[in-house]
Design a binder for this molecule. Structure first.
Ligand code: ZN
Ligand code: ZN
Length: 354
């Protein structure tokens, strides 16, 4: 699979151009190898993975798409691999100006191409998942669903947000998650009106909404899910907000289909939430693509003009946040198909009162 990815990049190169891939996510995507360093050079005919002593032995047994080369200081070594190359594409989204300077200093006459062609190409390739990638994301989501079921029995008045978060993390690791998909959000009561609030030592109380946003990692692929549950009792207002968010999410998921424009999906949920009287209370985009990174392109927001393609995994996560009162967000992951989408999140959607 990684060989196909290298071949796809090579299709976009000419005999006198090459690509340099140094960002962790893209490097993993084209090598299938996890490392904290290393660079991939792709020329029209060849591909090399330069990696240091810490990783080289493992890389030689795992990486099939590139010639693996033991490397010291990579900026100095790549010149010898770029014979006949005049132009070098780099990842302008992730390479710092200092790094570009270091490369340019050793590359002499080779010109670094500072447009975003390489970034956009890899982004487009990564947006369409293979069956194998999808199965890893499904496994990550299964762990996430199981963790939700587990924690439902353990959310109770008197327990702190941090304590619940740590319990979820620990359980998820025991189920086989390689780590956390991102820093989990567990917020309760008034804190739940903060879309990206940080878990605190606040104790959960009767009458609180508890919002949990979390995910697992399986073989480098991530899941992402949010659920809001009530503790002990719910007011009419809480129920109305919950039902509105859920209706917005259901309508948006029903609208997802290959060929649709991303911003139009956002609009479905946004119109419904604003129409119910909550304009100004849904201040983030409806969703994002997920894969090797937790936030990938395209996005469901008010600006994204990308046309959905089959094979893309998107989150659908509307929310309503009432300042100083409470918030609700419900997030699923869906897999875009020609006819619609497949929801890969299996946890309950209806309001759970614990
Ligand atoms: Zn999330
Ligand atoms: Zn998300």
């Amino acid at each position: 699979m990684t060989c196909k990815r290298i071949a796809e990049i090579q299709k976009h190169l000419t005999a006198d151009s090459a690509a340099l891939i140094v960002s962790g996510a893209n490097r993993f995507y084209v090598t299938g190898f996890h490392s904290s360093a290393g660079s991939v050079i792709v020329t029209k005919e060849k591909a090399y993975f330069l990696i240091d002593f810490r990783y080289v032995e493992k890389a030689k047994s795992v990486v099939k798409s590139c010639d693996v080369i033991l490397s010291g200081r990579q900026e100095n070594e790549i010149l010898s691999l770029l014979e006949g190359v005049k132009y070098l594409y780099v990842e302008t989204d992730s390479m710092s100006i200092a790094e570009m300077g270091r490369y340019q200093a050793v590359l002499g006459d080779i010109e670094l191409l500072k447009d975003d062609k390489l970034d956009r190409l890899l982004e487009q390739m990564r947006a369409v998942k293979t069956e194998q990638e999808l199965s890893l994301i499904r496994r990550a989501q299964k762990i996430t669903d199981e963790t939700f079921t587990y924690i439902l029995d353990r959310i109770e008045p008197g327990r702190s947000e941090i304590d619940v978060m740590l319990d979820m993390e620990f359980y998820m690791r025991k189920l086989g998650s390689e780590g956390v998909s991102f820093d989990f959000i567990v917020v309760s009561g008034k804190n739940s009106s903060l879309p990206h609030g940080v878990p605190s030592d606040k104790l959960i109380e009767v009458g609180d909404f508890v919002t949990m946003d979390f995910g697992a990692v399986v073989e480098g692929y991530r899941s992402d899910m949010t659920r809001t549950v009530a503790v002990g009792a719910v007011t009419e207002e809480q129920r109305k907000v919950y039902d509105t968010v859920l209706a917005a999410q259901s309508a948006a998921i029903a609208a997802v289909k290959a060929g649709k424009v991303c911003k139009d999906i956002d609009k479905v949920a946004r119109d419904l939430i604003y129409g119910a009287g909550y304009e100004g209370c849904f201040g983030h985009g409806l969703g994002h693509s997920v894969g090797i990174e937790i936030h990938e392109n395209p996005n469901f927001n008010m600006r994204c003009e990308t046309i959905l393609r089959p094979g893309t995994v998107m989150t659908v996560e509307p929310g309503i946040y009432l300042e100083n009162k409470f918030g609700v967000r419900i997030e699923d992951m869906v897999y875009v198909t020609e006819d619609g989408c497949i929801n890969i999140t299996e946890s309950e959607h209806g309001l759970i009162v614990l």
